[in-house]
Design a binder for this molecule. Structure first.
Ligand SMILES: *Cc1c(COP(=O)(O)O)cnc(C)c1O
Length: 387
């Protein structure tokens, strides 16, 4: 019994009373759009392994090769002895993939957003920060760490952004706009071309989180920022979703990366990623540009799922990607439907506050390239039978 426990038990009881207590359930990701949980195989509509790379033999093999050749750990932070020649070569590949001058690998997307944002804001005191209302928790963590007040614009409402830029940004020494290219809980896209134009008009820097677009959208899976080369100041994305591995990247100008090497605490004060993680990224970069067939398949599955939900009278919001929400509304209804689907052999996690706004609890349906049209039809049938 620790001296903390009585406080923590009380805090947990408050979470429990709010109906928001979460627990961990062992689950194994399998090929073919499946997972195994509690001894049962389920059709998986909840993972972010969009391209099926997390179980791809080439990634597993390359991870093993890099570990065999270079060891299981990297030994120190990058600035001490943790930078391998292989990692520098990998970062050059990432920069080329993103059509940027330079790139830097981080241990995770959370760590990148939470520590890059305060580093940037430390270099531009007084900068006004403009954020889409639905940006990821990791960006909020970064803004909070910087101690800066953010001006939030209504989700994807770029007229609102422009009004805020004119009202709150004009007097500031600099302006920074933060958004995602594909929103993680809604599966809709930001209009990156228009954002770039607005940023240019207001002399603002543009920061785009491509966690869910990297590998899936844009030419050869390079993300939506690749549609507007050179016009996004900082792009970040993860290797943990469509790229089937772990870690994250930040890409942009050489000066940006040189600065982050010196100033991002989540880079400076942490150990370099292990060789196995870097090997898997290297293999994913071999495969992703050539996966147009998988990307087209995901797009077709998305259309099929949205059409099916609409037939059932379920709102899928503005989704246009491999992430398709089925909006339910009340938390308990979303949780109960998710549980019934699991009984019927389909994993479709309910997402509820505080991850999404109150009253918008949903099934967040995520498609995997291993799904067939029949899997989607099967999911729709069990939703129809259980709602
Ligand atoms: C998942 C996610 C992150 C965090 O990335 P990790 O590598 O999983 O830490 C950041 N931003 C968005 C939008 C995400 O969906």
């Amino acid at each position: 019994m620790s001296r903390l426990d009585s406080h923590l038990e009380a805090a947990l009881a408050r979470i429990e009373r709010a109906g928001q207590r979460r627990t961990l359930r062992p689950t194994a990701l399998l090929p073919g759009g499946l997972v195994e949980r509690g001894g049962r195989r389920l059709h998986d509509f909840s993972s972010n392994d969009y391209l099926g790379l997390a179980r791809h033999p080439l990634l597993v093999e390359r991870a093993g090769e890099w570990a065999t050749a270079q060891g299981s750990g990297s030994g120190a932070s990058r600035l001490v002895t943790g930078t391998s020649a292989e990692q520098l070569a990998l970062e050059a590949r990432i920069a080329a993939f993103k059509h940027c001058e330079a790139a830097l690998v981080f241990a995770s997307g959370w760590q990148a957003n939470a520590t890059v944002i305060p580093a940037l804001l430390a270099a531009i005191p007084g900068a006004a920060v403009f954020t889409d209302r639905l940006i990821h928790a990791s960006m909020h963590a970064g803004i909070a760490m910087a101690g800066v007040r953010q001006h939030r614009f209504r989700h994807n409402d770029l007229d609102h952004l422009e009004a805020l830029l004119a009202d709150k940004g004009a007097q500031a020494p600099a302006r920074l706009i933060l958004t995602e290219s594909v929103f993680s809980m809604d599966g809709d896209r930001a209009d990156i071309a228009r954002l770039a134009t607005i940023a240019e008009r207001h002399d603002a820097a543009l920061f785009v989180d491509e966690a869910h677009a990297t590998g899936v959208l844009g030419p050869q899976g390079r993300g939506l920022s690749a549609l507007v080369p050179g016009r996004v100041d900082l792009v970040m994305g993860t290797f943990s979703k469509a790229l089937g591995g772990f870690g994250a990247y930040v890409a942009g100008s050489r000066v940006l990366i040189d600065y982050l090497v010196n100033a991002a605490s989540g880079f400076v004060f942490t150990t370099a990623p292990p060789p196995a993680v870097l090997g898997a990224i290297d293999a994913a970069l071999d495969l992703v540009p050539g996966m147009d067939a998988e990307r087209a398949h995901l797009a077709a599955l998305g259309e099929r799922l949205r059409a099916g939900l609409a037939r059932l009278g379920l709102d899928h919001g503005a989704s246009s990607t491999q992430i398709v929400p089925a909006l339910i509304g009340p938390e308990d209804a979303a949780m109960a439907l998710s549980a019934r689907l699991e009984d019927a052999g389909f994993l479709a996690s309910a997402i509820r506050p505080p991850t999404v706004p109150p009253g918008t609890s949903r099934l967040r349906l995520a498609l995997r390239a291993g799904h067939s049209p029949d899997d989607v039809d099967g999911l729709l049938a069990v939703i129809e039978a259980n709602r």
